[in-house]
Design a protein around this ligand. Sequence first.
Ligand code: NAD
Ligand code: WQD
Length: 339
Amino acid sequence: MSKVLVTGGCGYIGSHTIVDLINNGFDVISVDNLSNSSADVLNGIEEITGKRVKNYAIDLCWEEAVQQVFEEHRDIKGIIHFAALKLVGESVNQPVRYFRNNLNSLLNILDGMEHYEVPHLIFSSSCSVYGNAQALPVTEETPLQEAESPYARSKQMGEQIIRDFSRVHPKHNCIVLRYFNPAGAHESALIGESPTNPASNLVPVITETAIGKRPEMMVFGDDYDTRDGSCVRDYIHVMDLANAHTRALQYLMAGKNTDNLEVFNLGIGEGVTVLEAIQAFMKVTGTPLYYRIAERRPGDVVAIYANNDKASSLLGWAPRRDINDIMRTAWAWEQKRSR
Ligand code: NAD
Ligand code: WQD
């Protein structure tokens, strides 16, 4: 069993990825300081997989503590580095905190990787690195535009740091995964997204409104140049996203990569409008949703969705779930966590 270090393993995408890794025979340890999560998620993972994952509740910016984990686990074969602060709006007001956390944690991981000769790294990046992309769908070759926030810039910088690292470390293999809009939860509703209050991403806002935590929700703009006037995004189910990490690791371990740094888009490859997402929720759950058309949200791009051909052809990855599955599982999770 290959041992994988998952950073941010108690978070939303990290916890779902741990489930997929365990189901595919990997041995997992996690490092998560619980700054945006709870160790309770480890119970959910155990209930689903039958395996108890050990989490080191340390800050990845603390170099000695990180080294201690590598020292204790000299057999780590791969790292999946999720840990980061991720709130776009917050990053605008706290740029230094975002750069310090997201970059120092990455630097300590790269140091550990080099020193302890860990061969493989998967890095969580984001479609936000594309900024206001000029052409759709975006491919991995689409030029990156000026970052719209310190958060997005921290991801662009993270990618650049990994690029420079990979140039001088040809024996280390890195994959950068650019996620589009992750949403939904594990089928069991034992794990899911626990957004910081108040939630700002569309799907948790929908489920929180439907369950009554908010009286109504706002649709930010219906006068865009799109098929119904609302913004278009590429919503990818978190379990499909999770599986792409397992495949990326297997791809590197099998030596199938042609370069020691490769980049993949992870989206379903189709755009869904905000109003379509709301309709999908109401149809799938049979639950009414009170929404109101509001002003455009500053900083929103009109439309973005992925070309995912590269992940499909090289990783053999195909998303199996759609917006209906996202709404169904997100709703089951909301009902469970609100009990
Ligand atoms: P999350 O906040 O649920 O998980 C991140 C985890 O990292 C949290 O549990 C947090 O406690 C931990 N963490 C943060 N800083 C840490 C530090 N210094 N030391 C130790 N642990 C630390 O976020 P998520 O949605 O699971 O996102 C995972 C990754 O994917 C992030 O890098 C994020 O930027 C990226 N991403 C997320 C989305 C999204 O919409 N969720 C989209 C694109 C990219
Ligand atoms: C989706 C659509 C909103 C809430 C963000 C980050 C991005 C990435 C994914 C990390 C937009 C509309 C939303 C609401 C609404 N994260 N909306 N009412 O902005 O596409 O992407 O998460 O890497 O970097 O920027 O996601 O879920 O906030 O918004 O109408 O109450 O839903 O305007 O069109 P976004 P989102």
